[in-house]
Design a protein around this ligand. Structure first.
Ligand code: ASN
Length: 325
């Protein structure tokens, strides 16, 4: 019988709706703990309530606590791990774990868009399909996975795309790698393997900012101080910035603060293609690190993990630049 470790961390999947006001909030008890186990004796389910937090309250420190708990599971004959999590920051926790856990133990994150007592609540269904996926032999060596709404996505590329719809998790550019139909878990893609870094602490002051038409130079100026450890910029289009921010950008780079460039576009990959003032060619020459294929929040997690594990300068740039390294 497969032994599946379940780690509850909170989120809408653990919340209920106030029937009078319609407001959604966590209660003292996680409704998932009261749910009947639909699998009977099929799996040995070991449940731990790690946190009961809405996911905007989850940051790298909490991610590291979850990571450390899963590292222990490697010596506990666990066959798979399911993490229930709020959806707002689920993709960041999933990617943090993807970068820091060895690949071979299936680790699956899930959540819900409708709380436990709302009509059409998706929590229990997502929870069950996440368990099925974590128990699937085919989930081994696929990296950390996100299961929502009968789809299986890689932690590396999945993102939350809708504020309320149950089909919110999507993988732009690449698509999901599997699906669940009733009881059967089907994968239709392999994952290219990546390095896993051993992590023991997390650095702070790693920032994410978004470029916009007429962007003010001051914002980058505020980050030009001893505290800043790294900056990710969601640049325009293929990876370009307005000329007026270049002077302050150069100041950050001269301070040896790693500056990572991704695109604010929903699809595609940032590249140094444009050779005009503020274009990607110049940003790269100035020392900007182009990150291939990750969105802003994932690139920030990667930069944070690289910095937290002690990578510096060229080594850090190589690690962050390629989503597969
Ligand atoms: N659907 C959700 O879980 C959203 C909630 N605000 C959270 O992330 O905790």
């Amino acid at each position: 019988m497969k032994k599946i470790l379940i780690l509850h961390t909170g989120g809408t999947i653990a919340m209920s709706e106030n029937q009078e006001t319609g407001a959604i909030a966590p209660g003292a008890e996680n409704p998932l703990n009261q749910a009947v186990n639909p699998f009977g004796d099929r799996f040995d389910l070991i449940t731990e309530n790690v946190f009961n937090l809405p996911s905007p309250h989850i940051g790298p420190k909490e991610m590291l606590i979850i990571q450390k708990r899963i590292m222990l599971a490697f010596n506990e004959n666990i066959d798979g791990v399911v993490i229930t999590h709020g959806t707002d920051t689920l993709e960041e926790t999933a990617y943090f774990l993807d970068l820091t856990l060895p690949n071979h133990l299936p680790v699956v994150l899930t959540g819900a868009m409708r709380s436990a007592n709302e009509i059409g609540s998706d929590g229990l269904h997502n929870f069950q399909t996440a368990i099925l996926t974590a128990a699937s032999d085919d989930a081994v060596d696929k990296g950390v996975l996100v299961v929502m709404n009968d789809e299986i996505h890689t932690a590396r590329y999945v993102t939350k795309t809708h504020t309320t719809n149950v089909a919110t998790f999507r993988t732009p550019t690449f698509g999901p790698i599997g699906s669940i139909a009733k009881d059967s878990v089907n994968f239709f893609a392999e994952l290219l393997s990546q390095t896993c870094l051993a992590i023991d602490e997390v650095v702070d002051h790693v920032y994410l900012i978004k470029a916009y038409a007429g962007m003010d130079a001051e914002l980058l100026g505020f980050l030009d101080n001893d505290q800043t450890n790294g900056v990710v910029i969601e640049a325009l289009g293929a990876g370009n910035l307005p000329p007026q921010v270049l002077e302050n950008l150069q100041k950050l780079i001269d301070r040896d603060i790693p500056v990572v460039i991704v695109s604010r576009c929903f699809n595609g990959v940032a590249q140094d293609v444009y050779d005009y003032e503020g274009g990607g060619v110049q940003l790269k020459k100035m020392g900007g690190i182009f990150c291939r294929g990750l969105n802003g929040q994932k690139a920030r997690i990667k930069l944070l993990v690289g910095l937290s594990t002690g990578l510096q300068k060229d080594e850090l740039a190589i690690y962050v630049a390629d989503a597969l390294s």
